[in-house]
Design a protein around this ligand. Structure first.
Ligand code: PLP
Length: 442
């Protein structure tokens, strides 16, 4: 089995590399998310829905680079298009046709996308949205849902803290910093609202309305247990923002995979701005900000003054533009529907496995996403999504089991499907998960 090579007397290649990595990178990694105990796995190669590590262990990849691969690894059409572009140059100080073609492709996916710009990551996309909202409204504050993850921008990362002692009153969640040294002035400009509670959220928002540029909202926040926002909640926020000339910014960095035009299509909401990233880049670093022409105009260099001077050296480079365009062309309405149906099957089968094994766990998610939580029922908000040390330990044993048996999940217990998968892979996932749940009870 996969376990054998890992458990042999000789130290694995991943173990040896991790020793070296610790000398040159803090924690031995460039992304805290790759770290797993006792050491990360180092990849040899990926192909379709499989990834093989340097010790020859092959696993079905439900992590898909943190939700950023929608067609799995080394998709042939993407590889062919990108290889052709590589030979023609990868980055220019000039504009390229690829950028225009991809922009046209993307604005056709949603009525809320009148104009678009590309950047290099989800963090940068969220940051650009918030700065555009401030530039457009002339107001400093942003509001966000307690605990939601939006990348590393100072303002966007406020309020995810693993220490419940810092949370403050549930009716008025505190602006808790993530990174030490975050200036108090930053915290003062972030208004934190509770998830899926429109009445309380609006009560809080009302107090800041004169200073508020926008509400930043992820429609299926991963840190809140991958539980979808309720339609009534989203629509109430949309009505309130319209009435008060505050912008609504949807962070669809992960959720864009849920619909042809993102999760906003299912929730019937039209935000002023949308931040995207991850899967729209076809496996290459990307971000995008799309929205109404009126708001996007703040970046227009032909205006004087330019309200939000917006640039980025590698933004819209032709490699990413090429990969992204092919990936999105392949992700047409029928591909989206098929993948969402597969997601629905996965959630159902995993739920069955939990009930057969009789463990206290549940499955959340939406579209092509699922998450296994070691809680008897889906959480309602960030506070109820909080995993105790005991729950974390149970999740870790489960993850260790499935990882040793050919299944790769995100470290939170989440999985993201790709079009390289079919029913066979879902069956394998669910069989292994069932054995993993039984293993927890053994
Ligand atoms: N927004 C959401 C919802 C995310 O999940 C992430 C990354 O996980 C980001 C923004 C940041 O994207 P990136 O890691 O590309 O900077």
């Amino acid at each position: 089995t996969n376990n054998d090579s890992i458990a042999s007397d000789e130290r694995s290649r991943s173990e040896l590399l991790y020793d070296r990595a610790q000398h040159v990178m803090p924690g031995g990694c460039s992304r805290n998310t790759v770290l797993r105990k006792p050491h990360p796995f180092y990849v040899d190669f990926g192909s379709g829905c499989y990834v093989t590590d340097l010790d020859g262990n092959r696993r079905i990849d439900f992590a898909n680079n943190m939700a950023s691969l929608i067609h799995g690894h080394a998709n042939e059409a993407i590889v062919a298009a990108v290889s052709a572009q590589l030979r023609r140059g990868t980055a220019f100080t000039l504009a390229t046709e690829q950028e225009v073609l991809y922009a046209e492709e993307m604005v056709d996916r949603s009525d809320s996308f009148e104009k678009i710009r590309f950047v290099n990551s989800g963090t940068e996309a969220v940051m650009s949205c918030l700065k555009a909202a401030r530039a457009y409204t002339g107001r400093p504050k942003i509001a966000k849902v307690e605990g939601a993850y939006h990348g590393l921008y100072d303002f966007a990362e406020v309020s995810q803290t693993s220490n419940p002692g810092n949370w403050g009153d549930a009716a008025q969640p505190a602006s808790v910093p993530v990174a030490h040294g975050t200036p108090q002035s930053t915290l003062n400009d972030v208004v934190v609202i509770p998830f899926n509670d429109a009445a309380r959220s609006i009560e809080i928002l009302e107090k800041h309305v004169a200073d508020l540029a926008c509400i930043l909202l992820d429609l299926v926040p991963h840190r809140i247990g991958l539980v979808p926002a309720q339609k009534e909640y989203v629509q109430a926020l949309r009505r309130w923002t319209k009435k008060n000339n505050v912008l609504l910014v949807c962070d669809e960095v992960i959720t864009f995979r849920c619909g042809f035009g993102g999760a906003q299509e299912h929730l019937d909401v039209s935000p002023d701005l949308t931040a995207m990233g991850k899967m729209i880049g076809g496996g290459f670093p990307v971000g995008a900000i799309a929205g109404s022409s009126a708001v996007m105009e703040v970046m227009n260099p032909l205006k004087s003054p330019v309200l939000f001077p917006h640039s980025g050296t590698f933004s819209a480079n032709p490699v990413t533009m090429t990969a992204g365009r092919v990936a999105m062309q392949l992700f047409d309405r029928s591909a989206v529907d098929a993948l969402n149906a597969l997601g629905s099957t996965a959630r159902q089968q995993l739920t069955e496995a939990i009930s057969v094994a009789g463990v206290a766990a549940c499955v959340t998610g939406s579209g092509s996403m699922f998450r296994i939580l070691m809680k008897p029922e889906a959480p309602a908000n960030y506070r109820s999504a909080y995993a105790s040390a005991a729950e974390n330990q149970i999740l870790q044993s489960f993850l260790d089991y499935v990882t040793a048996n050919g299944i790769l999940l995100i470290g939170t217990g989440a999985g993201m499907l790709s079009t390289a998968m079919g029913q066979k892979e879902i069956d394998q996932l669910c069989e292994t998960a069932l054995a993993g749940f039984r293993h927890l009870k053994a």
